[in-house]
Design a protein around this ligand. Sequence first.
Ligand code: PMP
Length: 349
Amino acid sequence: MKWEENVRKIVPYVPGEQPEVPGMIKLNTNECPYPPAPGVQEAIKAMQSRELRLYPDPDARVLVEGLAEYYGLKKEQVFVGVGSDDVLSMAFLTFFNGDKPILFPDVTYSFYDVWADLYRIPYKTCALDGDFHICPQDYKRPNGGVIFPNPNAPTGVYEPLKLVEEIVEANRDVVVIVDEAYIDFGGESALPLIQKYDNLLVVQTFSKSRAMAGMRIGFAMGNEKLIRYLSDAKFSFNSYTMNRPALTLGAEALKDRAYFEEITGRIVTTRERVKGELKKLGFMFPDSLTNFIFATHERIPAARIFQALRERNIYVRHWDKPRISDYLRITVGTDEEMDTLLSFLREYI
Ligand code: PMP
């Protein structure tokens, strides 16, 4: 068709499967296996029809103010969106608007190259080293911006703050985005650095550590000028990104720090136990500070294990991509779920 010449063509990002199989064990999209905070569940029950009937606050004030208080920031330093995917996409659109390529790791969140293609942002990838660590020198060449997750996905590898700061410091003329989707499982956040570096944007999410992936809540923190630019782009795109329930329930979740610490602590304990068990079974993995383990087996190809698990209704994630095709990304579920996984693997291997 002639009209196809004018179409914006894009090879889309492929999200993890969301199967509805009774009794399945779902370890494929890094969700939290525990419920959200009790206050969130009570607030859902108390919801009235006006939550659906009325438009939401376009400034998302309850949530922005809740986050500002929680993290000790001014509300002008916080931006919220429909999951961190929405926030990151808006940040690509807003900050990566130069002619030079943006930089990110070769093995990383596979949405980055899709947004770059969608917005026609040139990019170059920087190879992680043999242990999947970032080489900071690679980020010291002319570029139009930098983004990397810390800890990285799908590897689970965490980089110390010193390395993050080294990259931010070397790139004062562009915006550096640190995607901290998994920071609450043991890493140290780069958040304090936003007070020192006006080019640093830190992005986080309620999807993993706050057990609210279905609600779609993400946020960015940075200096007031960065946030204002992001907000201008958002208001030029869709004023009402966040829905009313998401604003209310997100603000509610922030009130219960003890519950948050309890469930993230539980996931970390389970993760460390599972690491030990997987090692005994002949798996190898870079050390993970996330709610997943990126594992390869000494003998059996990942694709085969993936298939065998699937036939038992145990879902994990596998990518048929260079460097990582022999790895499985296994989300840390409850102890019981992990025991089922481990006993299957013991038998299978
Ligand atoms: N960043 C990374 C590194 C992720 O793995 C994910 C989860 N797919 C996201 C961002 C997006 O998460 P969400 O949109 O649910 O906040």
